[in-house]
Design a protein around this ligand. Structure first.
Ligand code: ADP
Ligand code: MG
Length: 308
């Protein structure tokens, strides 16, 4: 049976469905007008990236944002993919407080996977649906100048603060956004691997959430959106929190309800808001078109981080 035969059977039902689509498009107009010319930084999570179909939909959404005059800047992660490669190469790796201890051998692999295969996968997906994506790492144009991340931990017996050595795990020290600003008036969509460059040219592995937040602040982005593998921030009863304030976040981190990879996400969103980003969202990257839902409809999805 062809589509036409179906529609001739029940034309009214079809027209209603078409009208619904047209209405949805029309309702997006005020959002398109409001956001045109603005910069959105979108963190594409290592865990949300695994599924090919979802990756293609994500790419389409990014191209649509660019098409309606928004400047999307994509920053991607890659924890699971790095883990797989280290396993394949039989390089042992350990974690302290959720951060991968990154020695010289490991940081080489981290750079290879992040700014090599993953970065090009994301670029290819966006270009396959008509975009013009360009991959960069934090080394290009010295986009992310980084320094060693210093973490201390109190020894429970002696109460002495001990310095933890995480090797080449870094934090952004300075963002040089010029290379990104050059793209604003072009059709290029930057796709950034969270690798930082140190004072002496050394390579640093940076948490992609932290990198995305630093770039959002440096660019004066109006939105920071984190796509991850969970519906949003969950409270102690595992219910989704539609909004999250500073005070709630501090309490939930202190009592362990927010833990692991959700900590840098929430902290980065709070910092970004404090530094002038108008809105920060943590969204479920497993939901098809979650970006369009959040940006172009009245429906708020996931968790919105609030000021104050
Ligand atoms: P990504 O690759 O997107 O950065 P992470 O694994 O680093 O993903 O962070 C997301 C994970 O954080 C979730 O899958 C979840 O296991 C964990 N998490 C910890 N605390 C919470 C919480 N309170 N609400 C939601 N997720 C949480
Ligand atoms: Mg993470």
């Amino acid at each position: 049976m062809t589509g036409k035969e179906t529609s001739s059977r029940n034309p009214i039902a079809d027209i209603e469905a078409w009208l619904q689509k047209a209405t949805t498009l029309s309702e997006a107009l005020p959002y398109m007008r409001r956001y045109s010319g603005e910069t959105f930084v979108i963190k594409y999570g290592g865990h949300a990236m695994g599924d090919e179909e979802l990756a293609a939909l994500f790419a389409r959404d990014i191209v649509l944002l660019k098409q309606v005059g928004i400047n999307p800047i994509v920053v991607h992660g890659g924890g699971p993919q790095i883990g797989k490669m280290l396993e394949r190469l039989k390089i042992k790796s350990s974690f302290i407080d959720g951060l991968r201890v990154t020695d010289r051998e490991t940081v080489d692999i981290v750079e290879m996977v992040l700014s090599g295969s993953i970065n090009k996968q994301v670029v290819t997906a966006i270009n396959a649906v008509g975009g013009s994506a360009m991959g960069l790492s934090g080394k290009d144009g010295r986009l992310i100048e980084a320094k060693k991340l210093l973490r201390t931990k109190q020894d429970p017996d002696s109460n002495i603060e001990k310095v933890l050595d995480l090797g080449f795990v870094g934090e952004p020290e300075r963002i040089n956004p010029k290379i990104l600003q050059n793209f604003e008036s072009s059709d290029v969509i930057p796709v950034i691997a969270p690798i930082g460059v140190g004072e002496n040219g050394e390579t640093y592995n940076i948490n992609a959430d932290t990198a995305a937040g630093a770039i959002a602040s440096a660019l004066g982005a109006s939105k920071l959106i984190m796509l991850t593998d969970i519906a949003g921030v969950m409270d102690g009863d595992k219910n989704l929190m539609p909004t999250l304030s500073h005070a709630q976040a501090s309490d939930l981190i202190a009592d362990g309800t927010i833990n692991g990879g959700m900590i840098p996400k929430v902290e980065t969103c709070l910092n970004a808001i404090d530094q002038g980003t108008a809105a920060a969202h943590i969204l479920d990257g497993r939901v098809p078109h979650v970006l369009l839902l959040e940006i172009f409809t009245e429906h708020g999805v996931g968790t919105m981080i609030e000021t104050g």
